[in-house]
Design a protein around this ligand. Structure first.
Ligand code: ATP
Ligand code: MG
Length: 159
């Protein structure tokens, strides 16, 4: 199992330089005792992609925050709900249904400077499917974006 507090400490450590360069405050709020059964490398890839987006698409001085919490579902199973929230430029409503598609980028002009390929979120979606998790997104233009991820605490099969 992955100890989430340690996991995010180390991940934010590796991303702090990029965030600092843009004066973006990067923080995590994770319960100390929370563990999840997941493939650590895949989990790292998921949050690396989401956090690099959050940093890329947020202007200087903004905030990026990750939260994790334990959730007890009505059917008795347990999950972990994660949110990745930024105070960035947001995503237009009409583009929201397509951002998980391969090579889809909202606006070539605004994202050209970041030099991405449009694969990051499609990889995240694929890795979430492997873990039988779900991901959703809410966004307000000019205000910010929140990705919400829910993953089973325990995996029934090998990932
Ligand atoms: P890559 O991740 O392959 O380097 P990318 O960042 O353009 O390139 P995705 O991560 O798949 O590709 O994201 C797709 C598009 O969704 C981005 O081009 C960007 O327009 C939009 N997007 C993703 N995350 C955010 C965010 N946090 N805030 C605003 N727009 C976002
Ligand atoms: Mg990306």
């Amino acid at each position: 199992p992955v100890h989430l507090a340690t996991f995010f400490d180390s991940l934010l450590g590796t991303m702090s330089k990029v965030a600092e360069k843009k004066s973006i405050s990067l923080s995590a709020e994770v319960p100390e005792e929370l563990f999840i059964e997941a493939d650590e490398d895949k989990l790292r890839q998921i949050f690396l992609n989401l956090l690099s987006n959050a940093i890329s698409y947020t202007h200087e001085g903004g905030n990026v925050k990750v939260r994790a919490m334990n959730r007890q579902k009505k059917d008795g199973t347990e999950t972990v709900v994660f949110t990745v929230t930024d105070t960035g430029m947001g995503i237009p409503r009409k583009d929201l249904p397509r951002i998980f598609e391969r090579f889809y980028r909202v606006d070539k002009a605004r994202s050209r400077s970041s030099g991405g390929t449009g694969l990051g979120l499609s990889i995240v979606k694929h890795l979430m499917d492997l873990h039988r998790g779900v991901i959703s997104v809410e966004s307000d233009l000019g205000i910010g974006t929140t990705f919400t991820l829910e993953l089973p605490l325990l995996q029934e099969n090998e990932i």
